[in-house]
Design a protein around this ligand. Structure first.
Ligand code: UD1
Length: 364
């Protein structure tokens, strides 16, 4: 029986851990799964509602670290997590994605000699100004089992000198959650509540520091989005960081006068209900690039690079950067075209990645 501490901290972790914990509970003779929530995200809309929507059992440990600078947040997670590892003596600690909770918990384990499995290993944007890229490189360097979502990630790891037997291509666990919940999301009232049923609309998410912490960049993005809004309503569930910066930079009036509709962050099922009916998605999120690819919805990524190139090669994603002209042109060309995107679902994005992750852990 393998005792596993499964780590969650921030919003994009919850949909990755949910199918893994469900599978471990199903294989009860093989696994004893425990959940540790670091508390990196703590608002009802950023955390609790995801436990409910995704049916994740209540955490066995809640570290309640909250927000702070990167150094302080990472250090607080490490300080609070170490005694949990010492007390529980797990066979494995499983971390997902690339947030501060991921590297903080992996680092604690590496120092204590406890084995770490990293789900979503090997993704690289090659942009070291991105905090997530630092978290990815460091987590992969100290993990014992590297579970990848696509074969380009395997190649990245091999180029960095990781031994072949540590790397296992298992597919995309985020897509497990998407397929498992798609039907359920149809009964959400999100679209209806926003009066969007049967209408064309775009969905926007923005929260990367490089896009929303710099006034000039954010302002340029808004220029493009306001113009896109003249053709199609742009529904914008706002991350707390972005909301604070809209107020700080004095953009509230400009947004209010446009066809960009600011709404509170949505829960998992409500957000799926919203984006799955969209004509177009504009985003700087990593996960949404994958979800739109799996559903064949056109996606414009408002970044200069992506760690998920497969969503461009096979999927619906286009990298448009932050240049307002380029963003507008790409959006208008999608809105004017009536062609299907003809996207392919990448290999092993089939809803069964969690099963392969569990088997990989057992095989170690
Ligand atoms: C984090 C992740 C990012 C992920 C994103 C998803 C890191 C380095 N970044 O970024 O990869 O895409 O989560 O949301 O781990 N805040 C709240 N309520 C909350 C959480 C945050 O109000 O529940 C506010 C606080 O003002 C906080 C700010 O948001 O200072 C940023 O939160 P933080 O966890 O530091 O980073 P994110 O931008 O959310």
């Amino acid at each position: 029986m393998l005792k596993i501490l499964n780590i969650v901290g921030a919003r994009p972790n919850f949909m990755k851990i949910a199918p893994i914990v469900r599978e471990m509970r199903r294989r009860e003779g093989e696994f004893l799964p425990l959940i540790v929530h670091t508390g990196q995200h703590y608002d009802e809309a950023m955390s609790d509602s995801f436990f409910v929507d995704l049916g994740i059992p209540a955490p066995d440990f809640h570290l309640e670290v909250g927000s702070a600078s990167h150094a302080v947040q990472t250090a607080r997670i490490m300080t609070a997590f170490e005694p949990v590892v010492l007390q529980e003596k797990p066979d494995w600690v499983l971390v997902v994605g690339d947030v501060n909770s991921t590297i903080a918990c992996a680092l604690v384990c590496a120092k204590l000699g406890v084995k770490v499995a990293h789900v979503e290993a090997g993704l690289r944007s090659r942009d070291r100004t991105m905090p997530e890229e630092i978290n990815r490189i460091l987590t992969d360097a100290i993990s014992d089992l590297l579970l990848t979502t696509s074969q380009d990630a395997d190649e990245n790891l091999k180029q960095e000198g990781v031994a072949d037997d540590k790397i296992k291509f298992v597919g995309n666990v985020m897509i497990d959650s998407l397929f498992y919940n798609l039907e359920k999301s149809r009964s959400s009232k999100a679209r209806e509540n926003l009066d969007l049923v049967g209408k064309d609309y775009a969905v926007l998410t923005l929260h990367r520091p490089s896009n929303v912490d710099e006034k000039e960049v954010f302002s340029g993005l808004l220029d493009a989005l306001v113009e896109i809004g003249e053709k199609i309503p742009v529904i914008f569930p706002v991350h707390p960081r972005t909301k604070a910066n809209i107020a700080k930079f004095g953009f509230a009036e400009r947004v209010a006068q446009s066809n960009i509709r600011l709404i509170e962050p949505l829960g998992y099922l409500d957000f799926m209900n919203l984006y799955s009916g969209a004509r177009l998605v504009l985003t700087d999120s990593g996960g949404l690039q994958e979800e739109t690819t799996a559903l064949g919805i056109p996606c414009l990524t408002l970044r200069e690079n992506t760690e998920r190139p497969i969503t461009i090669e096979l999927g619906t994603n286009q990298l448009v950067g932050t240049n307002p002209e380029k963003i507008k042109q790409a959006a208008f060309s999608i809105l004017e075209s009536s062609e299907q995107t003809g996207a392919k679902i990448p290999p092993l994005w089939d809803g069964h990645a969690a099963g392969r992750i569990c088997s990989a852990l057992c095989a170690q």
